[in-house]
Design a protein. Structure first.
Length: 497
């Protein structure tokens, strides 16, 4: 087998250099990852480890072509790995990515999570530069409307969460302000700041009963917001990866992960049509299908799975409803995180609101054994979401018919993803990402590429965890927080992290 990525560098390096030249000529900001591309593609001298038996082989097969899988492909190509994304869907981001509320936020209870989100924000804020996209490209748009986390000081959980996110934000240097009740009402006069905690379901006789207290504060993040088209974001990443030489195979389901004769290491995948793709590395970025792919990889292997953390598909509902009359939420409403009623809500271009759940204790979490079990219809979960937000916005008109979507998250017990190698040689996990990792996609690809390149060059990540240099948040991010062998982190226990 040949040494790589010398040949690939001959293709990738001119692409990167042209992109940098265009950026300098136009006076636009040069994305640091793009600048690192030129050196990275020349630096790695990694042996190919795929034993090809005819047909095309790759250094890496990535199972999944959603936002995370495509970000991994882009960053691996930038380092010179040959990549193929395999997806059962017909186009990029057609699966769980397309159902994302695509929030960009920084209110996390763990400092490292804040640091990761702040680094990811700079990718969305300078999306074209990050991608190296041609000027004529159709790109998704980051709507920087800000975000607010509402606080009810009488509720210990709410005040403790406020203290943790403020402390973490100050440590990272994320801009934020504390708005009192008067400022919240000045900016959003349609809000009713009555507290209704604890969160209740509509069928509860005490639903809508005031607690005797009010929302006292909101923590405002001016750099928060949302991405207007999550599926287009995934397509943008796939197109960027393709410009760097990545391959994609659509409507292709992985039915087997091929192991070596000893059963200790992966060697590629078999598809439903019987074709085989040989590769030295396989990455599981299958979103809600990732637990099934993980099981598939370890079936028939000679090594045991040493993971302490696993992910599981979680069914959720998201409501889409008309904005309140004369509220002009496009102009006035940031992304709102309201633990007092157990919901997040945000504006959507075209006079719409998007409402999702913060998984309050009174709501049952609908975990599935397999993604195919999903009930795609809307249920009383939609009803609870909409009526809860109507408490906060009394002028909201509850529609007679439900509109929205039923979707799947890929969820871990602590709502922190798994970005790690596995005990099965050259098989990597990018799991537990849907629901709370959209904002981090520009960094997640870098995590994947750094992890793969380092481990395949002999680094023992389990004993000496890797660190990822952060170009914008500063310092390094210790990747042990995403370890498969970690103990569950102390988080909010919900999508808030």
């Amino acid at each position: 087998s040949s040494i790589f990525p010398q040949a690939v560098a001959a293709i990738v390096t001119p692409v990167a250099e042209a992109m940098l030249s265009r950026a300098r000529q136009s006076g636009s900001r040069v994305w640091p990852v793009a600048a690192a591309t030129v050196g990275a593609t020349r630096a790695a001298q990694l042996q190919r480890r795929c034993a090809a038996a005819g047909g095309k082989s790759y250094d890496v097969v990535i199972i999944g072509a959603g936002l995370v899988g495509n970000a991994c492909a882009l960053e691996l190509r930038r380092k010179g790995f040959t990549t193929l994304n395999v997806d059962a869907n017909p186009s990029p981001g057609y699966g769980s990515t397309s159902s994302s509320s695509s929030l960009v936020r920084f209110a996390y209870s763990l400092e490292d999570s804040c640091r990761l989100a702040w680094e990811g924000f700079h990718g969305w804020a300078h999306w074209a530069d990050y991608l190296g996209a041609p000027h004529s490209s159709e790109l998704c748009s980051f709507q920087q409307v800000g975000s607010v986390t509402l606080v009810a000081d009488h509720d210990p959980r709410s005040s403790v969460f406020r203290n943790r996110i403020v402390e973490a934000s100050e440590a990272v240097g994320i801009p934020h302000e504390k708005w009192d009740a008067a400022e919240l009402k000045r900016r959003m006069p349609y809000l009713d700041l009555t507290s209704y905690s604890p969160v209740r379901r509509v069928c509860d006789d005490l639903f809508g009963e005031p607690s005797g207290h009010d929302i006292s504060q909101g923590v405002w993040y001016p750099n928060g917001g949302y991405v207007d088209d999550p599926q287009l974001a995934a397509r943008n990443l796939a197109e960027a990866a393709t410009r760097h030489g990545a391959d994609f195979r659509w409507k292709s389901q992985v039915t087997s992960i091929i192991k070596d004769a000893a059963g200790a290491s992966v060697q590629g995948v078999m598809l439903k049509d019987g074709s085989v793709v040989h590769s030295g590395i396989v990455i599981n970025a299958a979103g809600p299908h990732s637990s099934a792919v993980h099981k598939l990889a370890f079936d028939g292997s000679a090594v045991g799975d040493d993971s302490n953390i696993h992910s599981q598909p979680l069914r959720v509902e998201v409501a889409y409803i008309p904005e309140p009359p004369e509220a002009r939420i496009d102009e006035t409403m940031p992304v709102m995180f309201d633990t007092d009623i157990g919901c997040y809500y945000r504006p959507q271009k075209g006079g719409q609101m998007v409402i999702g759940s913060l998984e309050p204790e009174c709501d049952e979490l609908h975990f599935l054994n397999a993604p195919e079990e999903i009930n795609e219809g809307l249920t009383d979960e939609w009803t609870n979401l909409v009526h809860r937000v109507a408490l906060r916005i009394p002028s909201l008109r509850v529609p007679n018919s439900a509109t929205g979507l039923s979707a799947l998250y890929d969820n871990t017990p602590d709502w922190t993803p798994i970005y790690d190698r596995t005990s099965l040689g050259r098989f990597y996990s990018m799991r537990g990402t849907t629901g709370n990792q959209f904002k981090n996609a520009p960094v997640v690809g870098r995590i994947c590429a750094h992890l793969v390149e380092s481990c395949e060059n002999g680094h023992d990540h389990d004993s000496t965890p890797l660190e990822l240099p952060l170009h914008h948040a500063g310092g390094n991010l210790g990747l042990e927080i995403f370890s498969r062998m970690r103990k569950p982190a102390s988080t909010s226990g919900s999508v808030l992290g």
